[in-house]
Design a protein around this ligand. Structure first.
Ligand code: DSN
Length: 417
């Protein structure tokens, strides 16, 4: 006899199955998600999930690490090479932990860091409400150009010289266009600020050479998660060219003990996969995002970055204020099996109220692209989204979404199984 609320083993499995079935009937458009191939999945489930390997490859504190040494060393080197850096560390278990390591290595409580304004897309870990604040850092915002949907780099450089932050953090959860890094780099050199690029959203595009190359453009470090446009297991990484002992000692023992070893071979597998298929995948992602932007614009919606072709990344952002606001629209879309998120826009005033009901909607196409959708399908996706937004019964649209999605179940941009 089970008490109300208790679960047995079958219930747990049933919920997992329901999730898998449901998300395979959805248009998954959260810009920070992706799906892994069967090769990456195979590499993910292994004995490494049960083990520890404190330290760095070939210099561990426990025995039993000879195979993870080999795999982790190769993974570090693969990401360093592909991202044009000397050193790589794939131990951070998430992008936020990678940022924590960077903050921990170069700042102290009371220092100030500068980043993108929160409504313009700063990641929570860059803010006083997130990891930065937890470490006692003060944050200030760099000037943002709402029309161009990117940092105003010249004004940002002036502000850096004037306010002398200890660290400057580029990169955001809302990333449509590359940053103009050179004026910011110059200002950082003048003031001694450490320049960091959080590449989480666009890692797959950078890895494939289809977005800007931050390390080549002069940033000190690139931090990232590994599962957005880059279709790896959930996790994080750091690459850079200097101060590597400091970084490594901050990751362990500073922050982590175990770094969840089973991620590492899966990440290596995804790295090899994207060395082969990443350029085609990234090209298609960008084409798809632009096409979706154009389609929704044609339908009469207000797409940000219109004057610049909507986007150069996997995301588009819609000002949905007039259509009922981000919360209402995102909830209606979910009822139609279209999964996206409400998003603050640069001109939203920051408060709990606006965070819970912002005026924007963020749409990512990286997973739809992985399932083989191209420009023609983006037009259909745009029509389905628009019909929900203008008030058509989501349950009716859902039937069409499920039928449409049934034809896109196979993962592309990977090896044949
Ligand atoms: N907050 C996540 C997003 O961009 O969706 C990233 O961690």
């Amino acid at each position: 006899m089970r008490a109300i609320g208790e679960m047995n083993k079958k219930d747990v499995l049933k919920i997992i199955q329901k999730q898998g079935k449901w998300r395979h009937e959805c248009l998954n458009m959260i810009a920070s998600e992706n799906i892994t191939s069967s090769w990456v999945d195979q590499a993910y489930q292994s004995d490494f999930a049960h083990r520890y390997a404190e330290g760095v490859p070939y210099k561990r504190f426990y025995q039993g690490a000879k195979f993870i040494d080999e795999l982790e060393d190769r993974t570090n080197k693969l990401f360093a090479k592909q991202l044009k850096a000397k050193y790589g560390d794939v131990r951070p278990i998430s992008g936020a932990i990678a940022n924590m390591a960077i903050f921990g290595a170069f700042t102290q409580a009371g220092d100030r860091i500068a980043s993108i304004p929160i409504p313009a897309g700063a990641h929570s870990s860059h803010t006083e409400g997130g990891v930065a604040g937890l470490l006692g850092l003060k944050t200030s915002s760099l000037p943002f150009d709402n029309e161009k949907m990117t940092i105003d780099s010249e004004a940002a450089a002036d502000k850096i010289v004037e306010t002398k932050p200890k660290m400057v953090m580029l990169g955001a959860s809302l990333t449509l266009f590359p940053f103009k890094i050179s004026p910011i780099k110059q200002a950082c050199e003048e003031t001694g600020a450490v320049l960091v690029y959080d590449a989480a959203h666009v890692l797959g595009l950078i890895f494939a050479g289809k977005f800007q190359q931050p390390i080549q453009e002069g940033v000190d470090f690139l931090t990232s998660s590994t599962h957005k446009t880059f279709p790896g297991p959930q996790g994080g990484l750091i690459v850079g060219n200097h101060s590597w002992d400091t970084i490594q000692n901050t990751v362990f023992p500073g922050i982590l003990s175990n770094h969840h070893l089973h991620r590492i071979p899966a990440l290596l597998m995804a790295g090899l996969e994207m060395q082969e298929f990443g350029a085609d995948y990234a090209n298609q992602i960008i084409k798809n995002a632009k096409t979706l932007g154009a389609e929704l614009d044609k339908q009469g919606l207000n797409i940000l970055g219109k004057t610049r072709g909507y986007t150069e990344s996997h995301q588009i952002v819609v000002d949905i204020g007039k259509e009922g606001g981000g919360r209402k629209v995102a909830e209606s879309l979910e009822s139609a099996n279209i999964i996206a998120n409400k998003n603050l826009l640069p001109w939203d005033k920051l408060s709990w109220e606006t965070v819970n009901d912002p005026s924007g909607l963020r749409l990512g196409v990286q997973e739809l692209t992985r399932f083989g959708m191209k420009q023609a399908e983006m037009k259909t996706v745009g029509e389905l989204i628009h019909r929900v937004i203008i008030g058509e019964n989501p349950e009716k649209v859902k039937k069409e979404v499920v039928e449409f999605r049934a034809d896109f179940q196979k993962i592309h941009f990977t090896w044949k199984s």
